[in-house]
Design a protein around this ligand. Structure first.
Ligand SMILES: Nc1c(O)cccc1[N+](=O)[O-]
Length: 241
């Protein structure tokens, strides 16, 4: 199955980066198909206008609905299809999580709508909801200049979970937030040399005792999660003894 990814933006060059590294390899292998589109291609005035002043007043500009609607018609079509996932990265979206990435990794089509200015006319989102499966998602509580960087981050989180993308799928099991980690943060990692600038690899990791190593890793994951992400912990994790 090839996952088709479309990106609608006034800065489509942001997505040139998807040609490199593992994502580029996935495209070559036919796992994903990437299409970046310039929203201004669906404007009809000399200035290729995509924005206008906000109804009701206020600072900044709002992205006009017309170009989005015409772009949707051409890129996605005019028939409802719940198998098409349309993602609007937005500071007012729901937090994007690893489980959301896992769910999206089985999608056949994902369309990213990258807003700029103060945002997109809300009717665009309402229209999309009437046609496709819409996700308004946020990467965090901070302000970006647009949705492009978030779309890239979401793409990476999703595509790396597509079956066949990662050379060694077992490596996914022990990552932070993965089910194999019970949603805990990943434990600290070490490699050679055993001693580096007076800092040594924890002895237990050099013991060859798999049971002790597994316990140390679990305890470290619980400790880190309790310290840094109490929002992810619950009474089941507790604090390592
Ligand atoms: N925070 C933010 C933004 O300011 C604009 C677009 C997308 C996001 N986000 O996904 O977090």
């Amino acid at each position: 199955m090839t996952m088709r990814l479309d990106y609608l933006s006034i800065f489509p060059a942001y997505f040139d980066v998807l040609d490199i590294s593992l994502l580029g390899k996935a495209a070559v292998n036919g796992l994903v198909e990437v299409h970046a589109h310039d929203l201004r291609d669906w404007t009809h005035d000399r200035h290729r206008t995509v924005d206008d002043t906000p109804c009701g007043g206020g600072a900044g500009m709002v992205m006009k609905p017309d170009p989005w609607g015409e772009a949707f018609d051409e890129i996605i079509g005019t028939e409802p299809d719940s198998s098409v996932h349309v993602i609007f990265p937005s500071p007012s979206g729901a937090p994007f999580t690893q489980s959301a990435a896992q769910e999206l990794s089985s999608a056949v089509r994902i369309v990213f709508c990258c807003g700029r200015y103060e945002g997109i006319d809300h009717r665009v989102i309402d229209y999309a909801r009437s046609m496709w499966t819409v996700h308004e998602v946020s990467l965090g509580d901070y302000v970006l200049n647009g949705g492009e960087v978030a779309a890239l981050a979401i793409t990476e989180a999703v595509v790396r979970l597509v079956p066949g993308f990662m050379g060694n799928p077992e490596s996914l099991a022990e990552e932070s937030f993965s089910a194999g980690q019970d949603g805990l943060l990943e434990y600290p990692l070490f490699t050679r040399p055993v001693s580096w600038r007076g800092l040594d690899v924890p002895e237990v990791l050099m013991s060859g005792h798999h049971g002790r190593i597994a316990k140390w890793r679990r305890d470290e994951s619980v400790r880190l999660t309790c310290e840094r992400r109490p929002d992810l912990t619950d009474s089941d994790f507790g604090v390592p003894h």
